[in-house]
Ligand binder design. Structure first.
Ligand SMILES: [Zn+2]
Length: 215
């Protein structure tokens, strides 16, 4: 597992570094909510990101790493944990079909708000979230309620869930360890492509504050 995780982390970092030159300060909308994926993430620490690195930049790398973890856990679940796999398939069923605006997006957009914050006096005709709600297929009435699990089956399912959790932790640790190896490449790129833009923005801001009338 470790080898393939290392390879996938390397490719993920490569893809992030190819994307980074296109990032521009000021083009990403300021978030009003804390991002659940990035806030306090050990992956951000492993990548060597500090608080000065803008969220959009961090999120682009972290979502790539999260996708590696999710994929590895899905794969492990499908191969080793039949009960969990069945439960996941059941949970996914009513979701099939319909428009899902937050699916199939490039990784750097995943987890970001899909709709702008509503602004007073700035009505939108519809929001993507509303569109998704409208398109959601009506679930057909369940033919028969599924038979409840026996105590023994519940215990087996709990064991499988614990195994899935353990595996997710192991993969997460492997991803972090692999990512540490790329810290230098990441920080070089951030120094070169991100920091100058932020310095320039701060300089402009300082100038505007010093000469408020000249602007
Ligand atoms: Zn984020």
């Amino acid at each position: 597992m470790a080898d393939s995780i290392e390879g996938r982390v390397r490719s993920g970092v490569d893809a992030f570094l190819r994307w980074l030159p296109r990032w521009q300060v000021g083009t990403s909308r300021a978030r009003t909510r804390v991002c659940r994926q990035c806030f306090g993430s050990p992956i951000a620490t492993a990548a060597g990101f500090d608080h000065d690195v803008p969220h959009a930049v961090q999120h682009a790398l972290l979502s790539r790493m999260q996708a590696i973890i999710d994929e590895a856990v899905d794969d492990y679940t499908a191969r080793n944990l039949p009960m969990v796999a069945r439960e996941l398939a059941k949970a996914a069923e009513p979701e099939t079909g319909g428009y899902k605006p937050d699916e199939g997006l490039a990784l750097e957009f995943q987890g970001l708000e899909i709709d702008p914050e509503p602004e007073p006096g700035q009505p939108f005709l519809f929001t993507l979230a509303e569109l998704a709600e409208r398109d959601r297929p009506v679930a057909p009435p369940a033919a028969e309620p599924p038979a409840p699990y026996s105590e023994e089956a519940k215990k087996a399912l709990r064991t499988e869930l614990e195994l899935a959790d353990d595996h997710a932790r192991q993969v997460g640790t492997s991803v972090c360890l692999a990512l540490v190896e790329h810290r230098r490449r990441i920080s070089d790129a951030v120094d070169r492509l991100v920091e100058p833009q932020i310095d320039e923005l701060l300089a402009e801001l300082a100038q505007a504050l010093e000469n408020p009338r000249s602007r």
